[in-house]
Ligand binder design. Structure first.
Ligand SMILES: *Cc1c(COP(=O)(O)O)cnc(C)c1O
Length: 411
């Protein structure tokens, strides 16, 4: 693995902790590690968030505009989704009571899988409890000891964990570097049984896209399989919101697509979409599918409603692009141009040090704006940043207010 990835995963442990005394009680050892986090400014705490209406939320009792969620289309607090849940629960159970393959499968699960396959233009789809579980279940089902995974250096943590769990060889290529990937594929020719290229469709920290149109021919040339984690692209990218695969015009050409339901779709859970054979295989082989209780069927009912809304209200995506352009233009004006496309809705503002990032985050929150203050181990040491996420529910007033406050608090 490249150094970048080691730093990304283990910075607090390796770089900051001198390690607890050899034999100490569990409490001592854990408190030692927690104190190390505190000294490094990396101690986190849970905030209480209530009353989500569009982008407006109440954080620890204070009215706040949320610029930190993944609720890109403003659906998480949409009363129509709450109504769908309430309707469903009048007639049906809350708990699924068993795994899907035992007695936990309900018609609404099957319906939503059909709808998701249709939405993604694939033959079939399979639900998982979350995106994390979908990755953890699927990648180790596809590749193992005699195989190799090629992984972008900025892939999501759940993909890293999945590659480790698979016990396949892992080759990390520099972010978006197709030439480096080509070289690795070339050098490995004939050495492995299966080869899987794993990438994020939209990278969760910088909002940039993997060029899938270039990936497809490369994978084909070297007989490698392709896996795209489209957590942040699903329901957002592409003319119909079908995701990064539609955006790049490669529908039907990616072997495995993972999409999440808890981001733009305002529900919860995730799915794998692909060929009927792939889905049938995962039904038997993905341990995170087989050995876990089915997600509550009400979530499937909510997802079905969300898919309808996404199809009926394309203006939400238009508004999202417009809002993203406005945020990015405002940042550029203050000399803080964010990397990425002009309408990319994940907007990083590089700061560098942990302390400064935390200070800016706190001052924004005091002014009524919640923005992600992203620190190690989520990003490498020295690259702490604000992560502004834009959503269709932001008004001009929300955005101008955020930009005004940023002008005041950024040094
Ligand atoms: C959020 C995210 C996941 C995990 O999805 P959950 O449903 O939240 O578990 C996986 N991959 C990427 C790229 C993500 O952004």
């Amino acid at each position: 693995m490249s150094e970048g990835v080691i730093v990304k995963g283990d910075v607090t442990r390796d770089a900051l902790s001198e390690g607890p005394p050899l034999s100490s009680s569990m409490l001592n050892a854990l408190e030692h590690d927690l104190n190390t986090l505190t000294r490094a400014g990396l101690r986190r705490k849970l905030r209480s968030v209530t009353q989500r209406r569009g982008a407006e939320i109440v954080v620890d009792g204070k009215a706040t505009v949320d610029f930190s969620s993944n609720d890109y289309l403003g659906l998480a607090g949409d009363p129509r989704l709450a109504d769908a849940a309430a309707e469903f629960l009048k007639k049906e159970q809350t708990g699924a009571a068993a795994a899907r393959l035992i007695s936990g499968n309900s018609p609404v699960h099957t319906n939503v899988e059909r709808a998701l396959a249709e939405f993604k233009h694939t033959e079939a789809a399979l639900l998982f409890a979350s995106g994390y579980m979908a990755n953890l279940g699927t990648i180790p089902a596809l590749v193992g000891k005699r195989d190799v995974i090629y992984s972008d250096a900025l892939n999501h943590a759940s993909l890293l964990d999945a590659t480790k769990l698979s016990r396949a060889e892992v080759r990390v290529f520099p972010h978006l570097d197709l030439a480096a990937l080509r070289q690795m594929l070339n050098e490995d020719t004939g050495k492995f049984r299966r080869r899987l290229i794993v990438v994020d469709g939209v990278f969760s920290m910088d909002g940039d896209l993997f060029p899938l149109d270039k990936l497809v021919p490369l994978a084909r040339e070297f007989d490698a399989w392709t896996y795209v984690d489209d957590a942040h692209g699903t329901a957002v990218l592409g003319p119909n919101g079908r995701g990064s695969v539609e955006h790049f015009g490669v529908e039907g050409e990616i072997d495995v697509i993972m999409g999440t339901l808890g981001k733009a779709l305002g529900s919860a859970g995730a799915f794998i979409a692909g060929s009927a054979t792939l889905i049938e295989y995962l039904l038997h082989r993905a341990r995170a599918f087989v050995y876990t209780t089915s997600s509550p069927p009400v979530l499937a009912a909510v997802t079905l409603r969300a898919l309808e809304i996404v199809a009926q209200e394309p203006w939400r995506r238009e508004q999202l692009w417009k809002n993203a352009r406005m945020v990015r233009a405002g940042l550029a004006e203050m000399g803080r141009e964010a990397p990425g496309e002009a309408d990319a809705y994940i907007v990083p503002v590089m700061i560098g040090s942990v302390e400064e990032t935390v200070r800016v985050g706190n001052e924004l929150r005091e002014a009524g704006y919640l923005v992600g203050a992203v620190r190690p181990p989520t990003v490498p040491l020295g690259t702490s940043r604000l992560r502004i996420t834009v959503c269709s529910a932001h008004t001009e007033q929300h955005i101008e207010g955020l930009l005004d406050t940023l002008r005041k608090v950024l040094r």
